[in-house]
Design a protein around this ligand. Structure first.
Ligand code: BEZ
Length: 236
């Protein structure tokens, strides 16, 4: 503890996701064991009944099916209580129409964290931004419970959920095809093959003897069809 501010080591990429039990709008969960075998996006928002968060929940709920089809479950969290969560989600469904979205039902779990136990465990409370609210944190956790990517946004900045989907598909593509993905990659764009590990392989690549395009010996790309990606990674 530093003064009144509780500090904890923040989980990092490559760490196992910290474990916790929680009460949610969909019942109790044991995290991450209940999600073993699936990707999961654990994300926090600052407060219920606030405009940016409402726009985010409506957008994420609308895209949930797309994430689920890519073997990814969504779990939200704020430091509000369960009854606030329930009331807010009911208001969203019954009253809010936004950008063509209406009657939106949030069916993924929303964790109540009034003690801030989970928020502190995941470094979601960042006192320079707010000490009584979670920032907009996003943790991508893989089917083995390992944290694979972390993105943080300040309170004022609503997230881009298409970018979260792109990041998920890019990581799944990297795992399934042993490739990396370049800047601004979208499924169907060329992917990066692992850098040549020997002089022979570097020479072969530069002599165009392989089915790839090399900008230099250490930077080679190849085609990877969108259909091949989605037929491999999407839940059938
Ligand atoms: C919002 O979601 O609108 C919000 C929440 C906390 C602080 C600022 C904005």
């Amino acid at each position: 503890m530093e003064g009144n501010v509780q500090t904890t080591a923040m989980p990092r990429i490559g760490d196992k996701a910290p474990e916790f039990k929680a009460i949610t709008t969909q019942g109790n969960i044991n995290f991450p064991s209940d999600y073993s075998g699936s990707w999961v996006i654990l994300f926090s928002h600052p407060a219920d009944f606030t405009p940016v968060c409402t726009s985010e929940f409506m957008t994420f709920a609308t895209l949930e099916k797309k994430f689920n089809e890519a073997n990814c479950k969504l779990v939200g969290l704020s430091v509000d209580g369960l009854y606030s969560h329930i009331a807010w989600l009911r208001t969203i469904k019954e009253k809010i129409e936004y950008k063509g979205m209406k009657n939106v039902e949030v069916t993924f779990p929303l964790i109540e964290d009034i003690t801030m136990e989970v928020a502190h465990k995941y470094g979601m409370i960042q006192p320079g931004e707010a000490s009584t609210k979670a920032v907009r944190a996003v943790f991508f956790i893989d089917p083995k419970g390992t944290i694979r990517a972390i993105i943080y946004y300040p309170l004022s900045l609503g997230r881009n959920f298409e970018e979260l989907y792109r990041a998920l598909i890019a990581m799944q593509t990297a795992d399934a095809f042993s490739v990396a993905t370049p800047a601004d990659w979208q499924p169907g764009d060329d992917v990066i093959v692992p850098t040549a590990g020997s002089c022979g392989v570097a020479k072969e690549r530069m002599e165009n003897k392989v089915d790839m395009h090399c900008y230099d010996w250490f930077f080679c790309t190849k085609k990877l069809d969108k259909e091949k990606i989605f037929s491999t990674i999407l839940n059938k």
